[in-house]
Ligand binder design. Sequence first.
Ligand SMILES: [Cu+2]
Length: 627
Amino acid sequence: MRQASISALLGAALIPGVFAGLGKWVGGGDCPWGDKTASNTHPNDYPDTGVTRYYDFTISRATLAPDGVQQSMIVVNGQYPGPLIEANWGDWIEVNVHNEIHGPDDLTLMHWHGLNQPGTQYYDGVSSISQCPIVPGANLTYRFRADEQGSSWYHSHYSAQYSNGVVGPIVIHGPNDVNYDEDLGPILFSDWFHDSYEHLVDLVLQPTNGPPFRPLSDSNLVGGKGQYPCANVTNGAACTVNPYASWEVEPGKTYRARFVNTGATAFESISLDGHTFTVIAEDFVPVQPYQTDFVTIGVGQRTDVIFTANAGSGSFFLRAFNSPCGDTNGPDGRGIIYYKGTDPSVTPTSQPKQGTPNPTCGNNPLSSSVPQYAIPAAEPDQTITLTIGGKPDAQGIFRWSFNDISFVGDLDQPALFDAVAGINLPPQRNVYLTGTAQTVRIIVINTLPAPHPMHIHGHDFQVLAEGQGTWDGTIVNPSNPSRRDVHMSWAGAENGATNYQVIQYTQDNPGVWPFHCHIAWHLSAGMSILLLERPDEIAKIEIPAAVTDTCSAYTAWQAANPAVPVDDGLRKRDLAKRMVEFMKGHAHADKHHNKRGYRGFSFKDRDTGSLGSGRVEDNLAHKRDEV
Ligand SMILES: [Cu+2]
């Protein structure tokens, strides 16, 4: 592979010729998983390799231009996307995360998406749940098992911070009983915003007294790159036309590509002109190969595909389209797959695949998703029904909820710490005690028009069913249902209609685990529950001092950075700042509302609110007087 593909994968200039695709495993020697295959080995039966892979991450601000527009970002080791974490199934991974976010200072921490943290719940890296944030100038070394295998990503789980660039790919090599010649590695897809995450969260949490404010993304990135139309830049930022990310292939060879949706809200439909995908894994689960022209991934989801370079020569667009299920002004993301000998800088003339509309924003049919290792659907010991809700609170701020409770975390009181100490968690943590149940079933009822990528921590879940109306108890592929760790809850319900999604998981991992929507703004507005699994065993967990120390450091940092704290989701905010931002938000909201473009599913009266009219300036002046 050429340098173009190197920088596309790793987001930074590397020495040409060093990177030649990923190997089948890291390091030399014999196959590290021996005779384990994807179909003969239970996913929890990971090998004991005795190897630790060490990484050192520095989180800092940087000025970069993923879509050609220069902007301030927060990134890992100066690059976007962050560096690849690569390990073999069963290895330990140790990552020393340094917070060097200054000018201004900010908090951070890191979550290893999809890994289950068996026995290391305190390294799950979720603010208000498994630790306190890492303060500027401090660090935390995470140590956890590569207990699953396949493709994933890491991201900041502090507020919506990851939407400003704190993300990177993870590849855990393991058996997949499907052959291919080369591994192109991870290809990250992301909606992209020119605004800071704080500003966007402030906009989302401004009082609307009506439907939620939904930020429109500016671009859609493929392999960390996009092409924003520079003529549309209005804030004076430098803008250049970025080359698309590109990957070289040779005729006749079969390639593995690992698609990861690292976006804030995007729902990506991915296709490759002139080629058909064969899906071989969904999230961390190898599946029976099936062919499709389109791969659909919501936020946090991954799909590994293989494709054969059988189109002879030339270059072809790898397309990602974030519409109509995403809120964006830039739905059209592209990369380039080019045959050896073709100039990747020449724009392809290839024609897009013809797709059928997907009004539910659902994933590919459950019936086609069959894990290579079969686990039948068990009878549940406990069933939880969760109805998705959303409405303005007393202050007029739109809050998402499950069963009418909107999750509010406490940054200096992680839920896991309380659970270990035997302290009852307050109602706003939206805790469901699942105790010693072996199998827990969760029925998610969506009565609202928006789709939601539902994600569980600490487990994979089985997806038993999805559909419109009321579930009749039918399980899709009951002897071996789909398994993964994120699944789309369908869009399109309203006016009394409902959609349902039925998932269930095995309680094999004591802890306090979030089950939440992975749309960054929905999580900030409370769309989470906590599953309290095996509390008697949680009480025995010994949290390392380095993790508990994050809280004393955070308390000291707060004292030195005084503010009036207000809880919202996974982050505390400053009330005074929020009022200022609220006022700025009115002006800014106007800009967003006037940026008509591709939009996702609408709340009927979303555009009839008080935002976006000539009254804005009046309101602003009026509120200034009040303050
Ligand atoms: Cu959501």
